[in-house]
Design a protein around this ligand. Structure first.
Ligand code: SAH
Length: 226
């Protein structure tokens, strides 16, 4: 079973994304184990201090090296990890290729930053991979970690009921997914494309490919040149 360990200063922020839908199902099915680690439990100071002012001055606190170091060490004593990932905006942006790769890798440690970020020495010496979820800044790494986990977990074989369904999502072939419809086929004179009701699987496949291509060309032409 794949293990994902998430290190956070505010682990309560992680709870809800993992408490329903596909991620919960994957945990319940024992396909993946996801553990939250509260940095405060790894501080050796009496006050459970985990952040401090930055050297050189300037506003904003920085998560200290020691609690993160202690937590990583604690985890590595019991298990082997393929990657130690730090969620951070100043990193390559997450894409489906990365999620595919991480879905078949071994155990993962994910570090969530807070405030101004984490002490650079953790990044330089212990982090093996840095991931951003987009060109904008959030207050903490918890939502980014949940985004990363969701994108990974749904790709692990056995998690989605219909195993092919992840393969037909956007980005798997550098192309966006075609439009989808469900019942009723007619609603207030808004009709579902007739081809989808034709039962002709070959025709449907061609129509979907065409729609995917048109959509990608219009919205994300950059994908087509990949
Ligand atoms: N001072 C940093 C931003 C810190 S934001 C900078 O300017 O680069 C606080 C924390 O939120 C970060 O440590 C990181 O863990 C998380 N975070 C914020 N935006 C993110 C993004 N786009 N992708 C991944 N993590 C992000």
């Amino acid at each position: 079973m794949k293990k994902i360990e998430i290190i956070s200063a505010t682990p309560q922020l992680l709870e809800s994304p993992f408490s329903g839908s596909i991620m919960k199902r994957a945990v319940d099915k024992k396909i993946v184990q996801i553990n939250f680690h509260d940095l405060k439990n790894f501080s050796s100071s009496k006050k459970k201090q985990i952040d401090d002012y930055q050297f050189g001055g300037g506003s904003g606190m920085v998560l200290m090296i020691e609690p993160i170091f202690n937590c990583i060490n604690f985890l590595k004593k019991n298990d082997k990890y393929s990657e130690v990932i730090y969620m951070t905006p100043d990193a390559p942006i997450l894409d489906q290729k990365t999620s595919n790769k991480l879905s078949i890798s071994g155990n993962l440690i994910i570090i969530c930053g807070h405030y101004k970020g984490i002490d650079q020495r953790i990044r330089d010496n212990f982090v093996t991979m840095e991931i951003s979820i987009g060109d904008y800044v959030l207050s903490g790494g918890e939502l980014p970690a949940a985004v990363l986990c969701d994108s990974i977990v749904r790709l692990i074989p056995g998690v989605l009921n219909d195993e092919t369904s992840a393969l037909t999502d956007s980005f798997q072939d550098n192309i966006l997914a075609p439009p989808v419809y469900t019942r009723p086929s007619s609603f207030n004179e808004m009709e579902v494309p007739a081809v989808l009701l034709s039962g002709d699987q070959k025709k449907i496949e061609n129509w979907r490919e065409k729609k995917s291509f048109e959509k990608t060309k219009k919205i994300r032409p950059d994908l087509l040149s990949k």
